[in-house]
Write a protein that binds this ligand. Structure first.
Ligand SMILES: [Zn+2]
Ligand SMILES: [Zn+2]
Length: 66
């Protein structure tokens, strides 16, 4: 599993240009949760494409999805 390197991110800001969605989410601890694209999986059985992201809080380091 690849960890987000938060040095590439703008910490403690609601807007982060290195995040996938540009907006960061608020963590329960009060920090900002950063998001990076991880993988794209195509499901042949139903034709759906699933996107996977990885998350990391810039304060408590939680990798839980917000
Ligand atoms: Zn970020
Ligand atoms: Zn946190």
């Amino acid at each position: 599993m690849i960890e987000i390197q938060l040095t590439n991110h703008t910490l403690n800001e609601t807007k982060c240009k290195n995040c996938y969605s540009y907006d960061t989410d608020l963590c329960l601890c009060g920090g900002r949760i950063h998001c990076e694209f991880e993988d794209k999986v195509y499901d042949e059985t139903n034709g759906e494409i699933y996107l996977f992201f990885k998350y990391k809080c810039d304060k408590c380091g939680s990798t839980n999805r917000p």
